[in-house]
Design a protein. Structure first.
Length: 208
């Protein structure tokens, strides 16, 4: 009998699917691989972090598959803030110098993932590729709870248009930002035209 491969994107649609019109959702806790850094997304550090995250994600999945628990590697995500504006003022991120930006990259993993498995994947990755960036990857449970979400279609530079609609709904419902600006990358910028890129935008909120 063929084993079914776990697909988090399919099984947890609230995390990965949104409409162009903003809506309020409530997200349960979820486990992620994470790595923190700073600077422009065009920087070499950012690109190294992406490579380390995917290297770790696929190495972790290979170990899990050997143990009889196969799953699909999830999509890349990012939380963003700025040293200038601080994490409590997400709207101001777009006016801050890109060099002041801070980021946390994330890839969702199954709930059964353990820190011991992550440590073993780090060791395997280091032995194979000498990857030092992977040493900074951690395993965290993220609890965002009440959030606004919207699907942005187009270049990353035009995200403020979608964020403006999210802000309008936030104010209409008496809500305020209560966490980091969060992006889920549903399209690959290396293979997709900028005007067709799809990015799920998320903003944790609380009562104003």
């Amino acid at each position: 009998m063929k084993r079914t491969k776990l697909d988090l994107v399919r099984e947890r649609p609230v995390f990965f699917h949104a409409k162009a019109s903003p809506e309020v959702v409530r997200l349960p806790p979820a486990k992620y691989l994470t790595i923190d850094g700073g600077g422009s997304p065009d920087s070499a550090e950012f690109q190294r972090a992406i490579g380390a995250m995917y290297g770790m994600a696929y190495t972790l999945r290979a170990g899990s598959k050997q143990a009889g628990r196969d799953y699909k590697v999830s999509t890349l995500e990012g939380q963003w803030w700025s040293d200038v504006t601080g994490p409590a003022n997400p709207d101001a991120l777009w006016t801050a110098p890109r060099e002041s930006w801070r980021w946390r990259l994330l890839i969702m993993v199954p709930d059964f993932t353990t820190k011991k498995e992550v440590a073993a994947a780090k060791q395997a990755l280091h032995l194979r590729h000498g990857d030092l960036a992977a040493e900074h990857i951690g395993l965290e449970t993220v609890k965002e709870g009440l959030c606004l979400q919207a699907l942005h279609i187009g270049p990353y530079a035009t995200e403020p248009e979608s964020i403006g609609r999210m802000r309008a709904l936030m104010e209409a419902k008496g809500l305020k930002p209560a966490g980091l600006h969060h992006e889920v990358y549903l399209g690959d910028p290396r293979r997709t035209k900028p005007e067709k890129l799809k990015t799920l935008l998320r903003q944790p909120v609380a009562k104003a």
